[in-house]
Design a protein around this ligand. Structure first.
Ligand SMILES: *Cc1c(COP(=O)(O)O)cnc(C)c1O
Length: 399
Protein backbone atom coordinates (compact mmCIF):
# COMPACT_ATOMS: atom_id res chain seq x y z
CA UNK A 1 0.00 0.00 0.00
CA UNK A 2 1.22 3.50 -0.81
CA UNK A 3 2.09 5.97 1.90
CA UNK A 4 -0.52 8.50 2.90
CA UNK A 5 1.87 11.17 1.68
CA UNK A 6 2.00 9.73 -1.83
CA UNK A 7 -1.78 9.77 -2.14
CA UNK A 8 -2.03 13.37 -0.95
CA UNK A 9 -0.56 14.90 -4.11
CA UNK A 10 -1.08 14.97 -7.86
CA UNK A 11 1.47 15.01 -10.68
CA UNK A 12 2.51 18.46 -11.90
CA UNK A 13 -0.39 19.49 -14.23
CA UNK A 14 1.83 21.66 -16.39
CA UNK A 15 4.22 18.79 -17.05
CA UNK A 16 1.22 16.52 -17.72
CA UNK A 17 -0.25 18.82 -20.38
CA UNK A 18 3.15 19.36 -21.94
CA UNK A 19 3.70 15.61 -22.25
CA UNK A 20 0.19 15.06 -23.66
CA UNK A 21 0.84 17.72 -26.31
CA UNK A 22 4.23 16.20 -27.11
CA UNK A 23 2.65 12.75 -27.42
CA UNK A 24 -0.03 14.09 -29.81
CA UNK A 25 2.73 15.70 -31.85
CA UNK A 26 4.72 12.46 -31.93
CA UNK A 27 1.67 10.62 -33.26
CA UNK A 28 1.56 13.00 -36.20
CA UNK A 29 -1.03 15.52 -34.95
CA UNK A 30 -0.03 19.12 -35.61
CA UNK A 31 -0.35 20.55 -32.09
CA UNK A 32 0.59 24.11 -31.20
CA UNK A 33 2.03 23.96 -27.72
CA UNK A 34 1.44 26.95 -25.43
CA UNK A 35 1.79 24.65 -22.45
CA UNK A 36 5.55 24.69 -22.07
CA UNK A 37 7.28 26.26 -19.12
CA UNK A 38 10.74 26.53 -20.61
CA UNK A 39 12.57 28.87 -22.99
CA UNK A 40 12.61 27.62 -26.58
CA UNK A 41 16.19 28.88 -26.96
CA UNK A 42 19.20 26.60 -26.84
CA UNK A 43 21.73 26.85 -24.00
CA UNK A 44 24.47 29.29 -25.12
CA UNK A 45 27.53 27.66 -26.69
CA UNK A 46 30.11 28.94 -24.18
CA UNK A 47 28.15 27.31 -21.35
CA UNK A 48 28.03 23.97 -23.17
CA UNK A 49 31.76 24.22 -23.81
CA UNK A 50 32.43 24.65 -20.10
CA UNK A 51 30.56 21.38 -19.50
CA UNK A 52 32.51 19.58 -22.24
CA UNK A 53 35.76 20.84 -20.77
CA UNK A 54 34.72 19.67 -17.28
CA UNK A 55 34.06 16.22 -18.70
CA UNK A 56 37.35 16.07 -20.59
CA UNK A 57 39.22 17.28 -17.49
CA UNK A 58 37.73 14.38 -15.57
CA UNK A 59 35.56 16.57 -13.35
CA UNK A 60 33.14 13.67 -13.15
CA UNK A 61 33.20 12.69 -9.49
CA UNK A 62 31.17 13.56 -6.38
CA UNK A 63 31.53 17.16 -5.26
CA UNK A 64 30.69 18.76 -1.91
CA UNK A 65 26.94 18.21 -1.31
CA UNK A 66 25.91 21.88 -1.35
CA UNK A 67 28.00 22.81 -4.38
CA UNK A 68 31.63 23.59 -5.26
CA UNK A 69 33.19 26.74 -3.80
CA UNK A 70 33.76 28.30 -7.24
CA UNK A 71 30.02 28.10 -7.94
CA UNK A 72 29.02 29.32 -4.49
CA UNK A 73 31.35 32.29 -4.99
CA UNK A 74 29.82 33.03 -8.40
CA UNK A 75 26.35 32.93 -6.79
CA UNK A 76 27.52 35.19 -3.95
CA UNK A 77 28.83 37.66 -6.54
CA UNK A 78 25.52 37.49 -8.44
CA UNK A 79 23.52 38.31 -5.31
CA UNK A 80 25.85 41.22 -4.60
CA UNK A 81 25.72 42.80 -8.03
CA UNK A 82 22.11 42.02 -9.03
CA UNK A 83 20.32 42.26 -5.70
CA UNK A 84 22.54 44.21 -3.32
CA UNK A 85 22.59 41.19 -1.02
CA UNK A 86 25.67 39.87 0.74
CA UNK A 87 25.98 36.25 1.75
CA UNK A 88 28.84 33.93 2.70
CA UNK A 89 29.33 30.34 1.56
CA UNK A 90 27.54 28.93 4.61
CA UNK A 91 24.42 30.79 3.53
CA UNK A 92 24.26 29.25 0.03
CA UNK A 93 23.15 25.83 -1.20
CA UNK A 94 23.23 24.59 -4.79
CA UNK A 95 20.59 21.99 -5.71
CA UNK A 96 19.30 20.03 -8.71
CA UNK A 97 17.02 22.87 -9.88
CA UNK A 98 15.17 25.65 -8.10
CA UNK A 99 12.34 23.17 -7.55
CA UNK A 100 14.75 21.00 -5.59
CA UNK A 101 15.92 23.98 -3.51
CA UNK A 102 12.26 24.72 -2.75
CA UNK A 103 11.73 21.10 -1.78
CA UNK A 104 14.74 21.15 0.54
CA UNK A 105 13.29 24.26 2.17
CA UNK A 106 9.95 22.50 2.61
CA UNK A 107 11.68 19.52 4.21
CA UNK A 108 13.78 21.71 6.49
CA UNK A 109 10.99 24.04 7.65
CA UNK A 110 7.49 22.56 7.35
CA UNK A 111 5.90 19.93 9.52
CA UNK A 112 2.58 18.80 11.02
CA UNK A 113 0.52 21.72 12.28
CA UNK A 114 2.38 24.32 10.24
CA UNK A 115 0.55 26.61 7.84
CA UNK A 116 2.19 27.99 4.73
CA UNK A 117 0.52 30.94 3.03
CA UNK A 118 0.44 30.73 -0.76
CA UNK A 119 -1.09 33.60 -2.76
CA UNK A 120 -3.11 32.37 -5.75
CA UNK A 121 -2.67 32.18 -8.68
CA UNK A 122 0.39 30.17 -7.66
CA UNK A 123 3.04 28.03 -9.28
CA UNK A 124 1.70 24.46 -9.32
CA UNK A 125 4.33 22.84 -7.08
CA UNK A 126 3.98 25.10 -4.03
CA UNK A 127 0.86 23.54 -2.46
CA UNK A 128 1.96 19.98 -3.20
CA UNK A 129 5.41 20.50 -1.68
CA UNK A 130 3.71 21.77 1.47
CA UNK A 131 1.37 18.74 1.51
CA UNK A 132 4.27 16.34 0.96
CA UNK A 133 5.78 17.68 4.16
CA UNK A 134 2.67 17.21 6.30
CA UNK A 135 1.88 20.93 6.57
CA UNK A 136 -1.21 22.84 5.42
CA UNK A 137 -1.24 25.19 2.43
CA UNK A 138 -3.32 28.30 3.12
CA UNK A 139 -4.36 29.71 -0.24
CA UNK A 140 -5.05 33.45 -0.32
CA UNK A 141 -6.66 34.79 -3.47
CA UNK A 142 -5.20 37.81 -5.25
CA UNK A 143 -6.81 39.92 -7.94
CA UNK A 144 -5.90 41.21 -11.35
CA UNK A 145 -6.98 44.71 -10.25
CA UNK A 146 -4.13 44.58 -7.68
CA UNK A 147 -1.69 43.25 -10.33
CA UNK A 148 -2.08 39.92 -8.48
CA UNK A 149 -0.08 41.24 -5.51
CA UNK A 150 -1.32 40.03 -2.14
CA UNK A 151 -2.78 42.93 -0.15
CA UNK A 152 -0.80 43.33 3.08
CA UNK A 153 -3.99 43.67 5.17
CA UNK A 154 -5.38 40.48 3.61
CA UNK A 155 -2.09 38.72 4.32
CA UNK A 156 -2.15 39.87 7.94
CA UNK A 157 -5.68 38.48 8.31
CA UNK A 158 -4.49 35.09 7.06
CA UNK A 159 -1.63 34.92 9.56
CA UNK A 160 -2.18 32.69 12.60
CA UNK A 161 0.07 31.35 15.35
CA UNK A 162 0.70 28.37 13.08
CA UNK A 163 1.93 30.41 10.10
CA UNK A 164 5.41 29.17 9.26
CA UNK A 165 6.05 30.81 5.92
CA UNK A 166 4.75 32.82 2.98
CA UNK A 167 5.73 31.81 -0.55
CA UNK A 168 6.28 34.76 -2.89
CA UNK A 169 6.99 34.51 -6.61
CA UNK A 170 7.95 37.66 -8.47
CA UNK A 171 8.01 37.88 -11.45
CA UNK A 172 5.14 35.42 -11.28
CA UNK A 173 4.40 32.20 -13.06
CA UNK A 174 1.55 32.15 -14.18
CA UNK A 175 0.50 35.83 -14.09
CA UNK A 176 3.72 37.53 -15.23
CA UNK A 177 3.19 40.23 -12.63
CA UNK A 178 5.94 41.84 -10.53
CA UNK A 179 5.72 43.00 -6.91
CA UNK A 180 6.58 46.65 -6.34
CA UNK A 181 8.94 47.79 -3.60
CA UNK A 182 6.20 49.41 -1.55
CA UNK A 183 4.13 46.23 -1.23
CA UNK A 184 7.24 44.14 -0.56
CA UNK A 185 8.17 46.56 2.23
CA UNK A 186 4.80 46.06 3.92
CA UNK A 187 5.04 42.28 3.56
CA UNK A 188 8.56 42.37 5.03
CA UNK A 189 7.26 44.28 8.08
CA UNK A 190 4.57 41.64 8.61
CA UNK A 191 7.10 38.79 8.39
CA UNK A 192 9.23 40.41 11.07
CA UNK A 193 6.25 41.38 13.24
CA UNK A 194 4.57 37.95 13.11
CA UNK A 195 7.78 35.94 12.85
CA UNK A 196 7.21 33.89 9.70
CA UNK A 197 9.62 33.03 6.91
CA UNK A 198 9.40 34.34 3.37
CA UNK A 199 10.29 31.93 0.59
CA UNK A 200 11.06 34.20 -2.35
CA UNK A 201 11.15 32.38 -5.69
CA UNK A 202 12.96 34.77 -8.05
CA UNK A 203 13.60 32.40 -10.96
CA UNK A 204 12.18 34.87 -13.53
CA UNK A 205 14.24 37.78 -12.22
CA UNK A 206 16.05 38.28 -15.53
CA UNK A 207 12.91 38.15 -17.67
CA UNK A 208 11.31 41.55 -17.13
CA UNK A 209 10.10 44.12 -19.64
CA UNK A 210 9.50 47.84 -20.14
CA UNK A 211 12.38 48.81 -17.86
CA UNK A 212 10.64 47.35 -14.79
CA UNK A 213 12.93 46.64 -11.83
CA UNK A 214 13.16 43.44 -9.85
CA UNK A 215 13.43 43.89 -6.10
CA UNK A 216 14.42 41.01 -3.85
CA UNK A 217 12.46 41.29 -0.60
CA UNK A 218 15.55 40.12 1.29
CA UNK A 219 17.32 43.33 0.26
CA UNK A 220 14.87 45.53 2.19
CA UNK A 221 16.67 45.25 5.52
CA UNK A 222 18.70 42.96 7.78
CA UNK A 223 15.69 41.84 9.78
CA UNK A 224 13.71 40.61 6.78
CA UNK A 225 16.87 39.14 5.24
CA UNK A 226 17.14 36.95 8.36
CA UNK A 227 13.60 35.67 7.70
CA UNK A 228 13.97 35.10 3.94
CA UNK A 229 15.13 32.25 1.74
CA UNK A 230 15.84 33.52 -1.75
CA UNK A 231 15.51 30.86 -4.46
CA UNK A 232 16.85 31.26 -7.97
CA UNK A 233 18.34 29.18 -10.77
CA UNK A 234 19.54 29.02 -14.34
CA UNK A 235 16.66 27.19 -16.03
CA UNK A 236 14.84 30.29 -17.23
CA UNK A 237 17.59 32.93 -17.38
CA UNK A 238 20.11 30.80 -19.27
CA UNK A 239 17.81 28.32 -21.07
CA UNK A 240 19.17 25.45 -18.95
CA UNK A 241 16.05 23.56 -17.83
CA UNK A 242 17.48 20.11 -18.59
CA UNK A 243 20.74 20.73 -16.75
CA UNK A 244 18.98 20.86 -13.36
CA UNK A 245 20.61 23.61 -11.40
CA UNK A 246 19.11 25.96 -8.85
CA UNK A 247 20.19 27.52 -5.59
CA UNK A 248 18.97 29.11 -2.39
CA UNK A 249 20.39 31.67 0.02
CA UNK A 250 19.35 32.31 3.59
CA UNK A 251 20.16 31.91 7.28
CA UNK A 252 23.11 29.53 7.81
CA UNK A 253 21.24 27.18 10.16
CA UNK A 254 18.48 26.56 7.62
CA UNK A 255 20.94 26.18 4.74
CA UNK A 256 22.87 23.66 6.85
CA UNK A 257 19.69 21.63 7.50
CA UNK A 258 18.85 21.74 3.78
CA UNK A 259 22.35 20.53 2.95
CA UNK A 260 22.01 17.62 5.39
CA UNK A 261 18.68 16.69 3.79
CA UNK A 262 20.21 16.92 0.32
CA UNK A 263 23.13 14.74 1.46
CA UNK A 264 20.59 11.98 2.22
CA UNK A 265 18.66 12.32 -1.03
CA UNK A 266 20.41 13.48 -4.21
CA UNK A 267 23.90 14.31 -2.86
CA UNK A 268 25.55 17.00 -4.98
CA UNK A 269 24.09 18.53 -8.14
CA UNK A 270 25.79 17.11 -11.26
CA UNK A 271 29.50 17.98 -11.26
CA UNK A 272 29.52 18.88 -14.96
CA UNK A 273 26.48 21.10 -14.62
CA UNK A 274 28.14 22.98 -11.76
CA UNK A 275 31.10 23.89 -14.00
CA UNK A 276 28.69 25.02 -16.70
CA UNK A 277 26.84 27.08 -14.10
CA UNK A 278 30.02 28.91 -13.10
CA UNK A 279 30.46 29.86 -16.74
CA UNK A 280 26.78 30.83 -17.05
CA UNK A 281 27.04 33.21 -14.08
CA UNK A 282 30.48 34.68 -14.75
CA UNK A 283 30.70 34.57 -18.58
CA UNK A 284 29.08 36.90 -21.13
CA UNK A 285 25.43 37.75 -20.40
CA UNK A 286 24.44 39.34 -23.73
CA UNK A 287 22.48 36.18 -24.60
CA UNK A 288 19.87 37.18 -22.03
CA UNK A 289 19.22 40.54 -23.73
CA UNK A 290 18.73 38.86 -27.10
CA UNK A 291 16.32 36.33 -25.61
CA UNK A 292 14.48 39.12 -23.82
CA UNK A 293 14.05 41.17 -27.00
CA UNK A 294 12.52 38.17 -28.71
CA UNK A 295 10.21 37.39 -25.76
CA UNK A 296 9.16 41.04 -25.61
CA UNK A 297 8.08 41.06 -29.24
CA UNK A 298 6.05 37.87 -28.73
CA UNK A 299 4.57 39.20 -25.50
CA UNK A 300 3.16 42.30 -27.19
CA UNK A 301 1.87 40.27 -30.10
CA UNK A 302 0.16 37.52 -28.13
CA UNK A 303 -1.44 39.94 -25.67
CA UNK A 304 -2.85 42.14 -28.44
CA UNK A 305 -4.16 39.08 -30.31
CA UNK A 306 -5.74 37.57 -27.19
CA UNK A 307 -7.31 40.89 -26.24
CA UNK A 308 -8.88 41.09 -29.68
CA UNK A 309 -10.75 37.80 -29.15
CA UNK A 310 -14.43 38.06 -28.20
CA UNK A 311 -15.19 37.67 -24.47
CA UNK A 312 -11.51 37.46 -23.48
CA UNK A 313 -9.46 40.12 -21.71
CA UNK A 314 -5.72 39.94 -21.23
CA UNK A 315 -3.55 42.20 -19.08
CA UNK A 316 -0.01 42.99 -20.23
CA UNK A 317 2.40 40.94 -18.10
CA UNK A 318 5.58 42.68 -16.91
CA UNK A 319 7.75 39.58 -16.61
CA UNK A 320 8.29 35.86 -17.29
CA UNK A 321 6.97 34.37 -20.58
CA UNK A 322 3.29 33.75 -19.97
CA UNK A 323 0.05 35.44 -21.00
CA UNK A 324 -2.76 34.95 -18.50
CA UNK A 325 -6.07 35.91 -20.12
CA UNK A 326 -9.40 35.98 -18.28
CA UNK A 327 -11.72 33.53 -20.02
CA UNK A 328 -14.56 33.41 -17.48
CA UNK A 329 -17.06 35.11 -19.81
CA UNK A 330 -16.81 32.08 -22.11
CA UNK A 331 -17.98 29.66 -19.41
CA UNK A 332 -21.55 28.47 -19.88
CA UNK A 333 -21.25 28.32 -23.65
CA UNK A 334 -21.97 25.02 -25.37
CA UNK A 335 -20.49 22.85 -28.05
CA UNK A 336 -22.91 20.17 -29.21
CA UNK A 337 -24.15 18.52 -26.04
CA UNK A 338 -21.17 19.67 -23.98
CA UNK A 339 -20.99 22.79 -21.85
CA UNK A 340 -17.72 24.62 -21.25
CA UNK A 341 -18.08 25.45 -17.60
CA UNK A 342 -14.51 25.78 -16.35
CA UNK A 343 -10.94 26.55 -17.42
CA UNK A 344 -10.34 22.79 -17.52
CA UNK A 345 -13.24 22.27 -19.95
CA UNK A 346 -11.95 25.10 -22.11
CA UNK A 347 -8.38 23.78 -22.17
CA UNK A 348 -9.62 20.30 -23.12
CA UNK A 349 -11.93 21.72 -25.80
CA UNK A 350 -9.09 23.76 -27.31
CA UNK A 351 -6.74 20.78 -27.26
CA UNK A 352 -9.24 18.50 -28.98
CA UNK A 353 -10.97 20.96 -31.28
CA UNK A 354 -8.18 23.45 -32.11
CA UNK A 355 -5.14 21.24 -31.43
CA UNK A 356 -3.80 23.95 -29.15
CA UNK A 357 -2.26 23.01 -25.79
CA UNK A 358 -2.41 25.45 -22.90
CA UNK A 359 -2.85 25.19 -19.14
CA UNK A 360 -6.18 25.72 -17.36
CA UNK A 361 -6.07 28.39 -14.66
CA UNK A 362 -7.51 25.99 -12.12
CA UNK A 363 -4.12 24.27 -12.00
CA UNK A 364 -2.80 27.55 -10.59
CA UNK A 365 -5.75 28.01 -8.24
CA UNK A 366 -7.82 30.42 -10.37
CA UNK A 367 -10.47 29.01 -12.65
CA UNK A 368 -11.21 32.35 -14.34
CA UNK A 369 -8.01 32.23 -16.40
CA UNK A 370 -5.91 30.13 -18.74
CA UNK A 371 -2.13 30.30 -19.18
CA UNK A 372 -0.37 30.47 -22.53
CA UNK A 373 3.41 30.28 -22.66
CA UNK A 374 4.90 32.42 -25.43
CA UNK A 375 8.19 30.56 -25.31
CA UNK A 376 7.38 29.50 -28.87
CA UNK A 377 7.81 31.08 -32.32
CA UNK A 378 5.82 34.10 -33.53
CA UNK A 379 4.60 31.95 -36.39
CA UNK A 380 3.21 29.35 -33.95
CA UNK A 381 1.61 32.10 -31.90
CA UNK A 382 -0.11 33.47 -35.02
CA UNK A 383 -1.36 30.03 -36.05
CA UNK A 384 -2.39 29.06 -32.54
CA UNK A 385 -4.42 32.22 -31.92
CA UNK A 386 -6.15 31.78 -35.28
CA UNK A 387 -7.13 28.25 -34.30
CA UNK A 388 -8.40 29.44 -30.94
CA UNK A 389 -10.45 32.16 -32.64
CA UNK A 390 -12.04 29.62 -34.94
CA UNK A 391 -12.78 27.13 -32.16
CA UNK A 392 -14.33 29.83 -29.97
CA UNK A 393 -16.57 30.95 -32.82
CA UNK A 394 -18.17 27.48 -32.83
CA UNK A 395 -19.37 27.83 -29.25
CA UNK A 396 -23.03 28.60 -28.71
CA UNK A 397 -24.60 30.63 -25.96
CA UNK A 398 -26.52 28.51 -23.46
CA UNK A 399 -30.26 28.48 -23.77
C1 LIG B 1 10.41 26.83 -13.76
C2 LIG B 1 10.09 27.25 -12.36
C3 LIG B 1 10.82 26.74 -11.25
C4 LIG B 1 11.73 25.54 -11.35
O1 LIG B 1 12.89 25.75 -11.97
P1 LIG B 1 14.01 24.61 -12.01
O2 LIG B 1 15.25 25.34 -11.64
O3 LIG B 1 14.04 24.10 -13.41
O4 LIG B 1 13.68 23.56 -11.03
C5 LIG B 1 10.58 27.26 -10.00
N1 LIG B 1 9.64 28.21 -9.81
C6 LIG B 1 8.90 28.68 -10.83
C7 LIG B 1 7.89 29.72 -10.54
C8 LIG B 1 9.09 28.21 -12.12
O5 LIG B 1 8.31 28.64 -13.12
Amino acid sequence: MLSQRATRIKPSPTLAIDSKAKAMKASGIDVINFGVGEPDFDTPEHIKEAAVKAMKDGFTKYTPVGGIDALKDAIIEKFKSDNGLSYNREEIIVSCGAKHSLYNIAQALYGPGDEVIIPSPYWVSYPDQVLLNDATPVIVKTFESDSFMIRPEVLENAVTKKTKALILNSPSNPTGMIYNRETLGKIAELAVKHNFYIISDEIYEKLIYDGARHVSIASLGDEVKGKTLVVNGLSKSHAMTGWRLGYAAGPADIIKAMTNIQSQSTSNPTSITQKAAVEALTGPQDFIDEMLREFDQRRRYIVSELSALDHISCAMPSGAFYAFPNTSRIYGRRYGDKTISSSGDLALYLLEEAKVALVHGQAFGDDDYIRLSYATSLEDIRKGIERIREALSKLEVQG
